[in-house]
Ligand binder design. Structure first.
Ligand code: ATP
Ligand code: MG
Length: 252
């Protein structure tokens, strides 16, 4: 369980996050949605301690994110950031292997290699494993980054817009894989998404942010309504139902 309590964040005098308190239960998929600039990445960065807390508290399974040693935290939580710069001449397999660092400290064991192979397979990277990152397409590189985070084999996986650059086939494939590792391995997935229909299809719960606050929190069928989406995004979005699920149609 991730407990976020009274968390605020400001740069100079601008409030980015305002007194956020929310609990993310262990297991399952929680989607974080909201307009550009709402504070989704900022909140995730605080949870992953990529940024120091200014106020409030965050715990993960009772461990304070602020004071738990990095080595311990790195075995508990992995994060894929929204922006990643990978200029160096690394192969896909090497990059994915970096995910094992908290376990192997740089010397991959046979067990580590097994996890790397499994991640390469899961994210359809086996044919690309020997390729240098700089030779990959945007979507291929994105899948390699997700595979690296997965390879860390943590209970919590925080993913900031992992569908960036993915075509429809791989976006669906990635969401299905995440759903499966949540269901079959008890992983807790927190995922920032802009496509609310992916959130509606694959998440158990949706947290919506706007202007540095959580403005809605509930199951997909509670959140994906014209009224709720208007509150979150500020415009009228028709919603229909397909196979019993709400589907937003933001096209007109
Ligand atoms: N280092 C910084 N200095 C000043 N302002 C910042 C900084 N980082 C982020 N912000 C501001 O904080 C707000 C929230 O940014 P954040 O990246 O968390 O939004 P987001 O919800 O992830 O948006 P997006 O959907 O565009 O990724 C934005 O207004 C952004 O301009
Ligand atoms: Mg962001």
């Amino acid at each position: 369980m991730i407990e976020i309590n009274g968390v605020s964040l400001a740069y100079d005098v601008t409030n980015i996050l305002s007194d956020i308190s929310v609990t993310i239960p262990k297991g399952g998929v929680t989607a974080l949605i909201g307009p550009n600039g709402a504070g989704k990445s900022s909140l995730l960065a605080l949870v992953a301690r990529l940024q120091p807390l200014q106020s409030g508290a965050i715990t993960m399974d009772g461990l304070s994110v602020a004071s738990t040693p990095g080595k311990v935290l790195a075995k508990k939580m992995a994060i894929l950031r929204q922006d990643n710069h990978l200029g160096s001449r690394l192969t896909v397999r090497e990059l994915v292997g970096f995910g094992r660092f908290p376990h192997s400290r740089g010397h991959l064991t046979a067990e580590d290699r097994k996890v790397v192979d499994e991640a390469l397979m899961l994210f359809d990277l086996d044919d690309l494993s020997g390729r240098f990152l700089e030779t990959l397409s945007g979507g291929q590189r994105q899948r390699a980054l997700v595979a690296m985070a997965y390879c860390q084999d943590t209970d919590y996986l925080l993913l900031d817009e992992p569908l960036n650059n993915l075509d429809m086939y791989f976006a669906r494939d990635l969401m299905r894989s995440l759903r499966r590792i949540a269901d079959e391995r008890g992983k807790t997935i927190v995922i920032v998404l802009h496509d609310i229909n992916y959130a509606g299809t694959f998440a158990d719960r949706i947290l919506a942010m706007r202007n540095g606050r959580i403005v809605a929190d509930g199951r997909p069928d509670e959140l994906i309504t014209t009224d709720m989406l208007n509150t979150i995004y500020g415009f009228e979005i028709p919603v229909t139902t397909i196979d019993g699920r709400p589907v937003a149609l933001p096209f007109r």
